[in-house]
Design a protein around this ligand. Structure first.
Ligand SMILES: Nc1ncnc2c1ncn2[C@@H]1O[C@H](COP(=O)(O)OP(=O)(O)OP(=O)(O)O)[C@@H](O)[C@H]1O
Length: 270
């Protein structure tokens, strides 16, 4: 199984520092959640892994291989990505869409091989989408569509999955189901998640980014302390493992921002 290591990574965009001295590791087969406020650099960090952003310092290693030494096609074969609001799949069926995941393995005009067909069938089965294979993607619900995008990534037979806010637009049950599905895959995964409640339940470890730097990392209870929740996310909350073994976040009465807004409004009214 694959491991991911990021060492001393720095990225500038339009001349502005976006990531600085980022170090993180994802152990083989584990699911690591990447969390942080808006604009903290999460998506940019994922982009360095599949080579759509070039760092100004540091490197990304997949199984010890520096991705800079891999061709774009070789990098795409290793990394399956499901990105924020992934492009729509037009009038394609589910199986046609999942088949697109095979592209990094061959040219566009190459005929589908037996191993392509096996990979597609396996990806459909693992995501529970086999019964939907002939449906048009644009006739599916949001949650089903996200499963198709995950199946497309799995059809690549990637060593590593990077997921960027894949639970967007899903209802609360579909969110848990999708992340439980990801956990069950046994594929090394780095997932950007906005919902901290989901992150603490479904990830083995968390990495917290703030203003382009890693400010906490480790098992969920160690990474998402009350202090981090307060200083980085601006909320009063505690992260506790309950008797049933599930880690949950308990929020205080009001987020700081709300409290400050209320205080400011009261001061203005006086
Ligand atoms: N192409 C670009 N040119 C200049 N700045 C950019 C570009 N893309 C992103 N940025 C900036 O880089 C910073 C990090 O953006 P990024 O999308 O990585 O954050 P994020 O943590 O994923 O945010 P969100 O949670 O809002 O999706 C932001 O300040 C953003 O404005």
């Amino acid at each position: 199984m694959t491991r991911l290591d990021i060492a001393g990574l720095a990225v500038d965009l339009a001349g502005v520092p976006v990531l600085r001295d980022v170090n993180l590791a994802v152990d083989p087969g584990s699911v690591v959640g990447l969390v942080g406020p808006n604009g903290s650099g999460k998506s940019t960090l994922l982009r360095t892994i599949y080579k759509s952003v070039r760092p100004v310092a540091g490197a990304v290693f997949i199984d010890g291989d520096d991705v800079r030494t891999l061709s774009a096609r070789a990098a795409a074969r290793r990394t399956g990505a499901v990105l924020q609001d992934s492009a729509g799949t037009g009038g394609l069926t589910v199986s046609e869409t999942v088949a697109l995941g095979r592209n990094p393995h061959h040219g566009l005009l190459t005929r589908e091989s037996t191993s392509d067909r096996e990979a597609i069938a396996e990806a459909l089965a693992r995501t529970g989408m086999t019964p939907f294979a002939e449906r048009l993607v644009n006739s599916l619900s949001g949650g089903e569509r996200q499963r198709v995008l995950l199946a497309r990534a799995l059809a690549q037979r990637p060593r590593l999955l990077v997921l960027d806010e894949v639970t967007n637009h899903l209802d609360v049950r579909a969110r848990f189901e999708l992340l439980e599905l990801v956990r069950g895959l046994g594929v090394t995964t780095l997932a950007v998640l906005h919902e901290l409640d989901l992150a603490v339940r479904c990830c083995d470890r968390l990495v917290v980014l703030d203003q382009g730097r890693v400010v906490a990392a480790g098992p969920v209870l160690d990474a998402l302390t009350s202090e981090v929740l307060h200083d980085v996310f601006g909320v009063h909350a505690t992260t506790i493992r309950h008797e049933d073994g599930v880690v949950r976040i308990t929020y205080g009465a009001q987020p700081l921002a709300t409290r400050d807004r209320v205080a400011a409004a009261a001061a203005t009214a006086e």
